[in-house]
Design a protein around this ligand. Sequence first.
Ligand SMILES: Cc1ncc(COP(=O)(O)O)c(C=O)c1O
Length: 359
Amino acid sequence: MTWADLDHHGDRELAPGLVDLAVNVRAGTPPPWLRAVLRAALDDVAAYPDAGPARAAVAATHGRDPAEVLLTAGAAEAFVLVARAFTPRRAVVVHPSFTEPEAALRAAGHPVERLLLEAPAYRLREVPEDADLVVLGNPTNPTSVLHPAGEVAALARPGRVLLVDEAFADTVPGEPHSVAARRDLPGLLVVRSLTKTWGLAGLRVGYALGPPELVAALAAAQPHWPLSTPALAAAVACTAPAARAEADAAARELAAHRAALLAALPDGLVVGEPRSSFVLLRVPGGARVRAALRQRGWAVRRGDTFPGLDADHLRVAVRDPGTSRAFAADLAAILEAEEILAPMPTTTSQPAPVPEEHR
Ligand SMILES: Cc1ncc(COP(=O)(O)O)c(C=O)c1O
């Protein structure tokens, strides 16, 4: 693959009429109360946004000082700010993983080394000692692996920025392996997103947490007023105790829904131990299977644009059990047909053409 593939994301898999198993935004969001918050915020958009209350709210929710919080236009902006603010001598990105951090570093002209973890467990392993920027996701997209907090913490060093992408941390009940509240680890920068759990991907809300000097360095690279007034209102609302409790309840329900999906899927396809809102599958003939799934109305995320994965990897979002069972049944039927057709491929075994934008 070329590094241009790093720009591919699940939204590119979507098309009218397809059930979305490709994008990991929680279904049925934003909830009505949050829509009301956004609508109310529109009344104030004549004024320039005031980030103070949102910064204080985020700080309070993680037991931090406001000086340790930088609000960003989604987690994605934080990666760009890191790439702008720092000039790493040796940047190491742990893969397979979300590709935007590497894309941002490369776009800023920084060389990037990939540390590929090994299937099926994708356990963390040693990082070169002289790496002065290390990036990893926890839980990790697309493997859904949750690294123990102790192993993540052990990567922190004086003289190194350790960027932990916790965009999916709130999909894990109780967040036992989040390091968002850790103030004792040198150079730790935690990036969080409010777009997945709360259905705000189109609004763009996230934040970074870290030592004040790192936060200040990122802020200096950020344009003025990066978040709109509605986005700031959402940040306040989604970090309030009631919203945090709602997110935790959603994470518990998600765990049950994920168990239903895992129980319904044909044996032997799931890679590793999924802990987030998606599962990674390894499916023989993955490209054909993905095309056949599209014909049956399912959009799943291709895996081959993630460093370390190939076309046999497919990422599937966890949805309600009825949807998961219907999907699993279609997948089983496709795989059965694949097995019958595999020994003597004919024109009838070819998938229907896939539109250019979905290849
Ligand atoms: C692991 C991970 N981190 C960060 C992001 C970006 O999140 P945001 O929408 O907050 O920019 C995504 C989006 O898909 C993601 O999967």
